[in-house]
Ligand binder design. Sequence first.
Ligand code: NAP
Length: 297
Amino acid sequence: MTAQVIDGKAFSAKIREKVASDVTALQDKHGIKPGLAVVIVGEDAASTIYVNSKIKQTSEAGMESFHFALPDTISEADLVAKVHELNADDRVNGILVQLPLPKHIHESAVIEAIAPEKDVDGFHVINSGLLATGGKGMVPCTPLGCLLMLKDTLGDLSGMKAVVIGRSNIVGKPMAQLLLQENCTVTLAHSRTRDLAGEVKQADIVVAAVGVSELVKGDWIKKGATVIDVGMNRIPAPERGEGKVRLTGDVAYDEAAQNAAYITPVPGGVGPMTIACLLRNTVTAACRQAGLDDNDL
Ligand code: NAP
């Protein structure tokens, strides 16, 4: 068996098209132009690339984009004050503070300062609580993107056995909650899991969000399983020239594709879905803040 590739690039383009048409409809029918504020602190190269692409795609979707580049010497109090200012700004429906933040700033203090209804990253404790209790909050973008791909590929996930590897607050835990809501039987594995291979071998759905290049081997994958690889690992690639790197996932792709029915590539799988879901969350936030039913979008 050679797996069918789940094309995150093509799927994310469809989501962005839908976001753009929702934005036009919101403007035409209700005079609302959703706005996303992105705050970046310092000049981390990877963060700057992510932020620039978020800003570009926000504008391309017809939304208002606000960008704040703050020095890495900013105090926690001043950053929190900036967040409060954005909370009070009616043009801003979504606020994203790019992580990581400099060491002298507590990330949790900044995230908890964001108004939960504007927390389009879905990291606020109110939104994690709503997700855990089946409420209607903002859902973190990366796991939301993974779920949309799974449902688009497999349809009803009910009764499937899912193994999520990684228990971070931004990927693994919300992913497990989302799969549970879809009536999967979920195992949440991590670095202390005793027999990771044995757990993965039972799974109909494997989501790997670890940060260890090609940790998941091909023979761990059950025949016909669906594999979602969240990992983005930059490893040295001397064959491409001195100092060059290449991007790998957490799954040994070529081997795993021999057993899986469906698999996401790295790059071109989960990555593009994350920003598309950020745009989608911003539209959802704008609708809810205006008292409109986002289910109609
Ligand atoms: P993280 O906060 O570092 O969490 C990693 C998790 O993996 C932890 O729960 C850790 O377990 C577990 N783990 C580490 N080594 C393990 C091992 N050998 N066996 C089993 N579990 C192990 O990472 P993250 O922020 O969730 O990100 C995970 C990966 O996804 C990274 O490669 C990141 O770059 C990527 N990512 C991609 C996107 C995207 O848009 N494509 C977005 C976010 C993240 P413990 O809890 O026991 O330490």
